[in-house]
Design a binder for this molecule. Structure first.
Ligand code: TXA
Ligand code: MG
Length: 360
């Protein structure tokens, strides 16, 4: 693999505003990024969810570099990012499901990714051989400015080493991909902190393949009973899809995993039991602000890490990946993390926490 001297360029955050895309496009840093993308190189940049590692979605050689830099399994397809609604037509085969239109209208630009039938212009490398493609329009002026300047749709997975927690700051990208990519644009911390919600909009009802920045409740508000609810999904998958290709291939891999073994505390009575049993040395408890104030003060020799208020799960979401990375700097033997209610963005948070705690 080619070695790079990885450059990080900080973008003045006061310039990153929705009304300012045209001025952003004038910045030498963005022009450099677009030039690299046009040459078939990879570039890391912020989006509102997490940092992405982008390449020209129509260029198979460029796409291969994404997989190489991340060490990503070849059968895990990428999300294609666009900068404007009218770019969608050129990528989707056939006509768009009216349910998809409603979702796009409600949530784009934003953390919602739709899976549709793909046109030929998107090569197999981008979709890992699937005949569908995942597409989203990010709600971040810098991201859309880069896509516009590059003039092509941009495929971008999260800009972490495969298996590691997703990066929500430029320094996370640098820690994982230093020497493996030429450029990181630093636009400050990602606002949402979790990846987009991926939905399949290829049939008469919509299925959430990966929970994320747009919650199930928000989607339900737009399409009501046209959304498959958890219990309904398994049967419908069996009926409507062939078995040889999983629906969202990426979901089967180890993900978001800190090196420190992580265990979930499922409720308050489990926490009490755990505390009564006496925790071994070199252990951390990752607790909501509420539970940290309630149970933290009595604890000796146990490191308590606060993850944010249970009452405001969006704040937990914004910091969770950073917290998992921080955990690994502490050289602990194990950590326990509190489960939060799976409401709103809580569903996506718990999806990531479960994967982070799985040792498979
Ligand atoms: O917020 C996000 O979605 C971030 C930013 C950078 O946009 N991107 C991101 O990409 O999270 P990545 O590669 O880490 O996750 C993409 C997910 C994987 O679970 C993958 O399997 C799924 O989307 N996916 C991509 N194409 C698909 C397709 N054609 N059918 C089903 N699932 C697909
Ligand atoms: Mg990822």
């Amino acid at each position: 693999m080619k070695e790079y001297v990885t450059e990080i360029i900080k973008i003045d955050e006061s310039l990153i505003e929705e009304g300012n895309i045209d001025s952003l496009k004038e910045l030498p840093a963005l022009q450099r990024a677009a030039e690299l993308l046009k040459e078939g190189e990879v570039v890391a940049f912020p989006t509102e969810t997490v940092y992405g590692l982008g390449a020209d979605a129509t260029n198979p050689e460029a796409i291969k570099k994404i997989y190489q830099a991340k060490g990503r399994p070849q059968d895990n397809p990428l999300i294609v990012h666009i900068a404007a609604f009218n770019e969608l037509d050129g990528l989707v085969k056939g006509s768009l499901n009216p349910l998809a239109e409603r979702l796009i209208k409600a949530f784009w630009p934003g953390p919602l990714t739709i899976v549709v039938d793909k046109r030929e212009i998107i090569p197999d490398e981008t979709t890992a051989g699937l005949d569908s493609v995942a597409i989203r329009m990010p709600d971040h002026p810098l991201t859309r400015a880069i896509i516009q300047l590059a003039g092509v749709p941009i495929a971008a997975p999260s800009a972490n080493k495969s298996g590691a927690p997703s990066p929500t700051r430029a320094e996370h990208v640098f820690a994982d991909l230093q020497g493996r990519i030429p450029l990181i644009l630093d636009g400050g911390p990602a606002r949402v902190g979790l990846e987009s919600t991926v939905v399949d909009v290829r049939s008469e009802r919509v299925q959430i393949l990966r929970p994320g920045g747009v919650s199930r409740e928000e989607i339900r508000e737009v399409i009501g009973a046209y959304l498959y609810e958890p219990g309904e999904e398994a049967g419908s998958i069996k009926k409507s899809r062939t078995a040889e290709k999983p629906l969202s291939p990426g979901m089967k891999y180890r993900h978001y995993s800190p090196e420190t073994p992580l265990f979930i505390i499922k409720d308050e009575s489990s926490l009490k039991k755990l505390l009564q049993s006496g925790l071994p040395e070199n252990t951390a408890l990752i607790l909501s602000d509420e539970w940290a104030s309630k149970y933290g003060p009595g604890l000796k020799d146990i490191k308590v890490i606060k993850m944010g208020p249970r009452e405001r799960p969006e704040l937990i979401a914004a910091g969770i990946f950073q917290l998992l990375r921080y955990l690994d700097t502490l050289s602990l033997d194990r950590a326990y993390i509190e489960a939060i209610p799976e409401k709103g963005i809580g569903e996506a948070i718990m999806n990531r926490i479960r994967k982070a705690s799985s040792r498979e």
